[in-house]
Design a protein. Sequence first.
Length: 436
Amino acid sequence: MAFPSVSLGPPIAKRLSRLEVQIEANRCLNCYDAPCIRACPTSIDVPRFIGRIATGDLLGSAQTIMDANPVGASCARVCPTDQLCEGACVYKADENPIRIGDLQRYATDWAIQTGTTLFAAGPPTGKRVAVVGGGPAGLAAARDLARMGHAVTIFERDPEAGGLDTYGIVPFRLPAEIALWEAEQVRALGVEIRTGVTVGETISADSVLAEYDAVVIAVGMGNVPRLGIEGEDAVGVWDALDFIRIAKMGGDVGRLGEHVAIIGGGNTAIDAATCSRRLGVPSVTMYYRRGAERMTAYGFEIEFAQVEGVEFRTYVLPKRIVVENGRVAGLELISTDPAGSARPLPGTERIVPADTVIAAIGQTRHTSLLDAFGVVHDVNGIAIVDDGMRTNLPNVYAAGDCMFKPGGIDAMVVEAAQRGKVAAQSVDTFLRAEVR
Ligand SMILES: Cc1cc2nc3c(=O)[nH]c(=O)nc-3n(C[C@H](O)[C@H](O)[C@H](O)COP(=O)(O)OP(=O)(O)OC[C@H]3O[C@@H](n4cnc5c(N)ncnc54)[C@H](O)[C@@H]3O)c2cc1C
Ligand code: SF4
């Protein structure tokens, strides 16, 4: 595998021992109309996969998980389970829900370690589908389409598939190998994964439309937008996604110095902060423009960052990056309205120490690619789809982060996978109707 495996310290999640697995698995009450199934966006049959672990059928357990969720090994590590399956567990009332994520990890780890291929492709339909983007949404769509018998090609810009699971989420929460194994499961069904191909640059949207019977766009989001303040082109200013990606791949992020300032309050900001700590930076501070209760990072992530020694400062905006000899030499902040409007309060400016500034203030959109396909999007570049993930074009579908709207479905791996599955189902319906 042409991918360096970098751990950046011990993993966050403790692996269950065999005894713990048996105890946890045997606690499951196999509830009627199980709330955990309803709480999982991919509707994994949780009692069934847990029951199979309890009886020692790890193949059956892994198949149950991965059948419902093509990226179920990644989800076992990154799902905010307290808000999803474990949050719905009947034992939650006693503050002691079944450790569904950890059990899911146990079963999928077994499949990874034994090199088991879990599924086979369906009988060929003669139809060809292009999937643009090989992240969780694209892999989920491709996997299901291949099982339905369609010939699928994934076009992926990066050298490896997996999207943010491979390159974006810190390795001590999600090692790249897990996402790469999921991509291999998809490849094993005969899906062609053409990496290093950027649709819209390497090949045109028109040629994809001309060559394939249907297209699923699953390109996620883009880079972090610019901060728009003086000094941001200095050495030592980072886009959080570039920073995490280089660190995860074992690359050189250069001199970070004594003080790293992170701008933002979401999961990306947390990942950049904890990553900086694990790279040995003594002082890492997250600066957020509103109150802690408005931060979009998961609660468990914030707790983890605190344990890792990350400091938090709220109600502040960056006003200017202080630059000396072309390098970051400090950060000028301004306080914001304590009522939460994020309005800066003149006269509250001060300079805090910073040798590195990492911006994590959201992600841009792939608007020009949607335009190239002729897909209608909103003013922010978010693809507009119906419940079946169909765009304004009958043969073009969109899934994952590229169609999630702020305030709607949360951008998370399990939700991206579910939209990929829905898109696959709709494409299949469309293609089979065409055959008749
Ligand atoms: C730092 C960070 C931490 C996160 N932590 C969590 C977490 O703990 N739990 C959780 O559930 N979610 C987390 N998320 C969110 C989660 O990673 C995303 O919601 C999920 O990856 C979206 O999947 P996707 O397939 O839509 O997009 P992506 O994962 O972004 O995949 C899109 C793929 O499309 C490719 N692509 C883009 N443009 C083109 C093109 N023109 N041609 C070909 N290929 C292209 C990209 O290279 C990429 O591989 C995190 C995100 C970030 C950034
Ligand atoms: S995929 Fe996520 S939400 Fe669904 S059962 Fe697994 S850990 Fe829970």
